[in-house]
Design a protein around this ligand. Sequence first.
Ligand SMILES: *Cc1c(COP(=O)(O)O)cnc(C)c1O
Length: 403
Amino acid sequence: MNTTPDAATKDAVDPLAAFPAKFVRSPEVRAYLDGNSLGRPTTASAEQLASFVNDQWGGRLIRGWDESWYELPLTLGDRLGRAVLGAAPGQTFIGDSTTVILYKLIRAALTARPDRSEIVIDTGNFPTDRYLVEGIADELGKTLRWVDPPIDGGVTADQLRAVLTESTAIVVISHVAYRSGHLADMPGITALVHEVGALVLWDTCHSAGVVETELDEWGVDLAVGCTYKYLNGGPGSPAYGYVRAEHIESMTQPIQGWMGSSTPFEMGPGYAPHHGIRRFISGTPSIIGSLAMQDMLGLIEQASIPAIRAKSVALTEFALELVDELLVPLGVTVSSPRNSDERGSHITIDHESFGRVNAELWKQGIIPDFRRPHGIRLGLSPLSTTFAEVQLGIEAIHAAMVK
Ligand SMILES: *Cc1c(COP(=O)(O)O)cnc(C)c1O
């Protein structure tokens, strides 16, 4: 059956071939193809989490806050900015969930454009992003302007041109679309939004750690992202927010907690925001939740984002070759961009049998993701995924369809 280039050969010449062994690989999982939903743990994290309980938490106890934990949301934010986001220090923080940080930063942007009445978002954006702007529009009496990208694409500059006006306050877009994998033109769209005097918030959940991102250089105003996807922080690890330096002192956020106040330890009356990026923090950060992403950042720093992106492109190209050869003849459609310059690190394929097929694969220890109405999403996390896993997964989809 197999006439495609051999996965084993590709793995053998992979310059990042040493990395998959640095992740916990349970023998029951034969192919993990959902690293864009929840990354595998690194082997370093398995050790670090255990020693944290005994040595850091158990040994330092309350002193840990003074010694390092209190500053961790900002020191780790700076490291993430340097390693992954193209952000100079003092603009990135770690904190709440993505949903909560999105809420805080969209509201913050609206306070900076008080005379403008419209929020632009697309129908293909992740549900939390769409639901949040619906709520915020109700709360503040703003109007939503929807862009409607095709199922195999994402927001483009041409589509945005049709809705941007002098009334636009903020545009909320995903850098990589969660379903199609479409990679939006971050520098081009950011410049376009600025032409009408609006602000842009980029959701980088599906791009951070796999796609080259230069928030500072590309003029991005605000960005948010998850750390449990390609940053392997573990289930529920805290999200990050980025606020461009020039906006920080002029923006305030709505969840005015003590840890972002000007004098957190005075416990006095009345809130005033802290100077600098700390004002975007609300309450006590999850230190345990911030451990594993640090191990992954170490691996990303070793491998470098350009090398990770090259492997990501090679993995998705290989997946598409196999899909074309084995699955398209069975009626499967590709719901992701064909051009790798317009694609992140996952692809989605559709067929009406995929609800059943995905459930069968999970029983075999082959783990892709199912997306309604009938999509299988293959998320190929470059440092932990082998070409052999991709081949095993797509051959298993073929076998389940023809049986
Ligand atoms: C995964 C994801 C989220 C998740 O938000 P949580 O608050 O962590 O549940 C939000 N937006 C996008 C684009 C995502 O891909």
